[in-house]
Each structure stands twice: as C-alpha cells, then as structure tokens.
Design a protein around this ligand. Structure first.
Ligand code: DGJ
Length: 751
C-alpha cells in the first residue's frame, strides 16, 4: 500500500501520513490539539514511520495548545504542509483571501482524510493521469489503478474556507503529484487572492536552486545559484509560461551532479502566470512554493463554489540530476502525453517558414514537397501566411479563410496534391490572436483583451483574443474546426506569438477582472481539448514564438512542442540540454535548417545539423529545392538515420555525459535502450583545438557485464570498461563537427 495513515503516535502527533514510492517517502503529520498539518519529510524511502520528532514538537514550549503565548513563534517556525496567510507565518504562504470586510488572515486545520484508488481528474485542467492513454488517444483518469491518491481536507473555521489537498502517489514512477481545490464552505463570498499548488518546508542542506531561464531564441538555459537568506523567485506574469522563465525549480545539495547529490524538483502543469519562490528563513529552514502567480490574480468564490488549482509534479532523486531527468521522462511519457502519436514515430516534416516566410504559393509548396518526398521527407507543413491578406505579420490574424490568390483551389487542392506525392499535409494556426487590420477586428473590436478606453499595447502588431468570453471562444473553435474539416490536414502547428498585456475585458465585471489571466488559460485548454478530442488523428505541435509555451500543460494536449526559433545547431545544444533536463526527447521539436543560420548567421556542417535535430522530433526547415546538391544528397541518409534510431531516441533512458554550456568545447549526451542492448550518443566538437589528442568519454547507463561494440569499428568492450575507463573519440578536425556513437550489444568477448 503506497499510502498509510498512523494514528496517535505521540500526544502531539495525532495522525501521520506516509506516502511511499519505490524509492521515496513523503510524510505529513497532524499535530497538537489544534490539528495543524505539518510537513515531516520528503526524500529517500524510509522503512519506518516513527519520525514525528522531526517536527520539533518536543522542543517545549512549542505547540499553541501548550503555549498559546508564543503562537506567533510557532506559526513562523513550524514546517507547514500548506501555509496560510496573515496569522504569524511570515514566510511565503500558499493561500490568502480577502473577505467582504477586507480581512486576509487564515488558519487551516486538519478535518479529514480519504484514500482514493487511482487519481481524480482536475476539472478544466490538464493533469497527469493513471493508467496508459489508449492508442486512440482517449484517456480516462483512474481506469487503470497504477497510482493512489490521498485527499486531505483542511478548514478555516472562521470563514468556512476548505482546502482539499490532493496527493497522488505514482509508486513505480517515483513521482508524487499535488494539487489543491478550494471550496467556499462558508456563508459569505470571498476573494481568493493566492492559491499555490505545492509547498516544501525543509531544513537547509546547503541547497542550490536549479532553474531554467532564457529569452526568445534562447529558451531554457540552465542556471544554478546558491540559496541564500531572503527569497529567490522564478516567475512569469506574461500570460504564458514564457521564454524567459520556466515553471520548474529544483533544490539540489551542494556538489550535485548528473549521478550524485540530492534533488528536490517541482514542475508545474500549467501554461499561464506562475511563481516559484525559494526562501531561506531565520532558522535556516528553506521553503519552496509553486503555483499560479498571485499578482493580478483575484478569484471570487461565492458560497458553495470551488476553485481548482493546477497540479505540481514532485520528484526526489538521491542520485543526482540524471536520475531526476529519467524519472520525469518516464513519467511524462506514460502519464502526461496522450494521443495516437504518444508512443509512435512522428512523420519527418518539412516546414516552409524559414524556406519562404510569407512568400509562397501552391506551386512553390508543391515544388518543395515534390523534392522533399523524393528525399524521404514525409509531411509538408505550410506555416504562417496562407490566410486572409497575410503577406507579412502586420495583419489578418482572425481571418481564417484561405488566400486563394496564393493558394488557388484552396487547402483541399493543396492537401490533395501533397497527398498524391505520398506525403501528409500539415498547417500553421495562431487561433488565440487578432490583428487590428483584420475583418474580425473590424467587426468585433471588443473581442481583444484590452483596457476599455486605453489604446492597447501591440506586440508583433497583434492583440490577444479575449478567450474568457464564450462568444469569442465559440467563434474561435468554429474557425479552427472549419479549417480542419476543409482538407486532409494531419498536423497542426498551434502558434502564439505575443504575450498578454492590457489585462481587461469588455464583459468581465470589475469584481472578476482578476480572473482574466487564469480564465484565458482555461479557454486555451478548452480549445485544445476540443481539437484533440474531435480531431484525434491530427498531430498537434504547440509553439509560441519558438519555445515560449513549452510546459507540461501544453504537453498534455500536444505530444511535441517547438523548442525554439533558434535552429542553429550549436545554440540548440544548450536549449535542448535545458529542455531535456525535464522533457523526453520525443517532445522536442527540432529541425535541420539552412545556413548561414537565419537568426545567428552561423554556418554549421549539414551533418552536425542532422545529428543535433535527431535528438528531437526531427524535420527540416529549409527550401530543399535551393540548398546545395551536396547537402540535398545527404537528406536520404539523414531520413534513414531517423528511422533507424528514432525508437531508441523516443523511448530510451537519457544520459548527459558532457555539456558544452559548461566546458565551452564539446557536448555529449545520448540514450540507452531500456534493456541496455543498444545506445546512441551524440558527440559534438563545438570548437576544435590545435595540437590536441582524442577525448576520453565515459558512457553511462550501459550494463557493466554486457559486451558491446561500436558500430563501424572493430573491438569489443564490456559496459564496465566503456563506463569506467571510457572510449576515445578521435579529434574531429574543425569546429562544429559531430559524430554519432552507436553502441550495440554483442555476444562475443574480444578475441
Ligand atoms: C513563430 C514560430 O516559432 C515560427 O516557427 C513561425 O511559425 C512563425 N511564428 C510564424 O509567424
């Protein structure tokens, strides 16, 4: 049983909940007459439950029932499972409200707990699920009980607010998920001003915080900083999870590397504003919280109403960041990603964005497709510019009717012609947006998110549609479904090219304006829910000006997400390293593009571009009719390489050997098949070095006792030798050079 409850362990410990996965334990306890819910422990699996002493309840006078005189000191010290605002816990709290009389204080006391088999769905929100999604893409939460849940109800007796804290234990995956539902069980309405989804209170262990920061074309760069007194936060107020910050943070003990050290990671299954805060307090206790960003958030809850906060995924690793990574990869592959492509190879696509930008027509696209199909490419994706009068990015978003001047015969003719070439056809959409220069805006200027009476802030010359409105949402859905019904469209790239500003709505009443950001995200989720349910055979790839909305919320709807507009293979090493820290390689949209690279101006060998894109979904972003014959001739080899290795890349265990981000010279990472019979490592020599010998690489993840050979070479090595003594990669002359190292099990030992 993964969840156990122990009663009356000591006079102070009234109840103790122990949640066990294969290798971890998570422990909470209800203490004192006042029934505070304390956080006792999260970490390596414990074989005993007698650990109430960790709460320091023995340090009398401590708990309020014994020393109410120092209640404030208790509240500001006690490791709370879900800290509430304003009564004495001065650390970052998880929940605060504003009552009709303007008061904000809250105190949550344990009321009851229930163990549930499986995992309940979170209303309106993407979330991890129990069981495997069936191959038709449908998911029924709780249909196969490979997890169990604990719901703890805590209450604030003064307002009647109840917090239902949901914990799900994915025993085999070593993952615990958390979420919170707030219920107004009182008689008066109140505003929810803050509702975080997870909190971890721990004594400081010389922690550092690992997070992912960035910008457009520089998404998810790894950062590591020491935890110091005060607060460190990672946050987005941009209406999306953003290029700039990522809803992920991990506390790691000093010296943590790929294989050693303790890691406490949290990842947020949400695509809007978020905040993660890490605080080291006066007693050297560290609190890490994660949830919807409280700024500009204010949700009215009338008596009987509920608010469901999104889910946080918690992973503990006692074996460094590498173990954390593999835990997230396995978990997301099994319990978050859905649809018919969940476990399948994706078609190799060619996207015309960098090939043509807005300057294309049917003839040009068919020309590209004809050549591409001959080279082994399997799908043509028509990017931005096919609708309305969109010949540049100044106009027409919202006018989702085909531009017949560019595409005579419409989408159907084009899709049919592409299909005749034996290729699939995919399309770009940006459904959440509206250009001021569009028929839609001329008809409905009030459909844009804007502050009435104030000129809206343009970004890429566009506004964001107010998806909190039912009429706008229904119209948007109608437009999407009309497009998808009009031709044989088998792939959608769902883009979002600006962040939210001017938070205002023509119809939301003043008391609900603080709900706009979250309601907007719920609108996006609703549209993507409809798309995935009503068009289950369409492969959806989310995108936001590159990788601005690469988050677990989006991953619930689309099995792959465009990683970055920066397609330069060398910059991609860093972007893909940060992304793969949490996300399976099968999710990372990665393409071979033209050189000099359109963003950086750098020229990288075609072979290296292929090797780097192979660690993602793989595809092309260039005009195959225009590249050199030499490069074109390499494409059939690359597409064959994709087919040869993609099962391994998609399903294997990921290991990072060396990081260009750290050493500035070379990069090496790869995947090992679950049965350890095969592995593929990608080695990139970013900068060549004069007068330098070969580089010794110690692989990881192999079976020490197995014999292996390296494809294309003589010699047999044991896994033990390859991992401890290493393998010599000969110096590759020049910069930006790469090679794949394919390791295959063999029966024979060296002669
Ligand atoms: C941003 C995307 O990341 C690009 O790939 C491309 O689709 C453009 N938008 C089109 O506007």
């Amino acid at each position: 049983m993964a969840i156990k409850c122990y009663e009356n362990l000591t006079t102070e410990i009234k109840k103790l909940f122990k949640l066990d996965t294969k290798n971890t334990s998570y422990v909470m306890a209800v203490v004192d007459e006042e029934m505070f819910l304390g956080h006792v422990y999260y970490g390596a699996l414990l074989n005993d439950y007698h650990l109430g002493h960790i709460l320091r309840t023995g340090e009398i006078p401590f708990v309020p029932s014994k020393n109410n005189r120092d209640r404030g000191a208790f509240l500001d010290t006690f490791p709370m499972e879900y800290p509430a605002h304003g009564l004495g816990d001065y650390r970052e709290d998880c929940i605060s409200i504003e009552t009709e009389s303007g008061n904000t204080g809250l105190s949550l006391q344990f009321v009851s707990a229930e163990i549930i088999s499986g995992k309940p769905a979170l209303s309106g929100l993407p979330a991890t699920f129990s069981g495997n999604a069936s191959s038709d893409g449908s998911v029924s939460c709780g249909d196969k009980e490979d997890c169990s849940s604990l719901e703890i109800i805590c209450e604030d007796s003064s307002t009647g607010l109840r917090a239902a804290l949901l914990y799900t234990v994915f025993e085999d995956c070593d993952v615990i998920t958390r979420s919170v539902r707030v219920i107004n069980g009182g008689e008066k309405a109140f505003y929810l001003k803050r509702v975080f989804s997870a909190c971890l209170d721990m004594d400081n262990k010389d922690f550092e915080v690992v997070s992912l920061h960035g910008g457009w074309a520089r998404e998810r760069q790894l950062q590591r900083v020491p935890v110091s007194h005060g607060k460190f936060s990672v946050e987005s107020l941009r209406g999306e999870s953003s290029h700039q910050d990522h809803p992920f943070a991990a506390l790691v003990t000093k010296g943590t590397g790929q294989e050693q050290g303790e890691v406490y990671a949290m990842h947020f299954v949400y695509s809007g504003n978020f905040k993660i805060s890490v605080q080291n307090d006066q007693f050297d206790q560290v609190r890490m919280v994660m949830g919807i960003h409280p700024e500009d958030f204010k949700w009215q809850l009338k008596p009987g109403e509920e608010f469901q906060a999104p889910e946080a995924v918690l992973v503990y690793s006692g074996e460094g960041l590498g173990r954390m990574t593999r835990t997230f990869h396995d978990f997301y592959r099994k319990h978050l990603i859905r649809g018919i492509y969940k476990d399948k190879k994706r078609p190799i696509l060619i996207n015309n964005w960098e090939a043509t930008y807005f300057d294309f027509n049917t003839e040009k696209l068919i020309g590209i497709a004809r050549e591409a199909s001959r080279l082994g490419i399997e799908m043509l994706v028509m990017d931005d510019g096919w609708f309305g009068k969109r010949n540049n990015d100044d106009c027409a978003l919202g006018d989702w009717t085909v531009n017949e001047e560019k595409l005579p015969g419409g989408l159907k003719y084009l899709a049919d012609e592409i299909n005749k070439l034996g290729m699939k056809f995919g399309i770009w959409l940006e459904p959440e947006m509206i250009s001021p220069d569009s028929d839609l805006y001329r008809a409905h200027p009030d459909w844009a998110i804007a502050i009435p009476g104030r000129e809206g802030t343009l970004s890429r010359h566009q506004y964001v549609l107010d998806l909190t409105r039912e009429d706008v949402l229904e119209h948007t859905w109608e437009s999407i479904s009309k497009v998808l019904q009009s031709a044989n469209i088998e792939y959608v790239k769902w883009d979002m090219n600006r962040q939210l500003t001017d938070i205002g709505s023509a119809i939301l009443p003043a008391e609900r304006m603080g709900e706009l950001y979250h309601r907007y995200v719920l609108g996006v989720y609703e549209l993507q829910r409809r798309l995935t349910e009503q068009f289950p055979n369409v492969l959806l790839e989310n995108c936001s000006g590159g990788g601005g909305r690469f988050d677990p919320g989006m991953l619930y709807y689309s099995p792959q997400i465009w990683c970055s507009d920066d397609t330069d293979a060398i910059e991609r090493l860093k972007i893909q390293e940060g992304t793969a820290l949490i996300y399976p390689l099968s999710t990372m949209g990665a393409h071979v593009s033209d050189c000099p690279n359109h963003i950086l101006g750098r020229t990288v060998p075609f072979e290296t571009r292929g090797h780097v894109a192979l660690s993602g979904t793989f595809g092309y972003e260039l005009d195959v009719t225009k590249i050199s014959g030499e490069e074109r001739d390499m494409i059939p080899e690359q597409t064959a390489m994709y087919h040869k290795y993609n099962d391994l890349v998609r399903e294997g265990d990921y290991y990072r050997i060396a990081s260009y981000r750290e050493n500035h010279y070379f990069d090496c990472c790869g995947v090992v098949k679950k049965d350890k019979k095969e592995a593929l490592f990608t080695f990139v020599q970013v900068l060549g070095r004069p007068n330098y010998h070969s580089r010794k690489i110690c692989f990881k993840g192999l079976a020490p006792e197995k014999y292996y050979r390296i494809e294309g070479e003589d010699g047999v090595y044991t896994g033990d030798v390859l991992m401890k003594a290493g393998y010599l990669v000969q110096n590759l002359t020049g910069d930006f050079k790469s090679r794949l190292i394919h390791i295959v099990e063999t029966e024979e030992a060296n002669g």
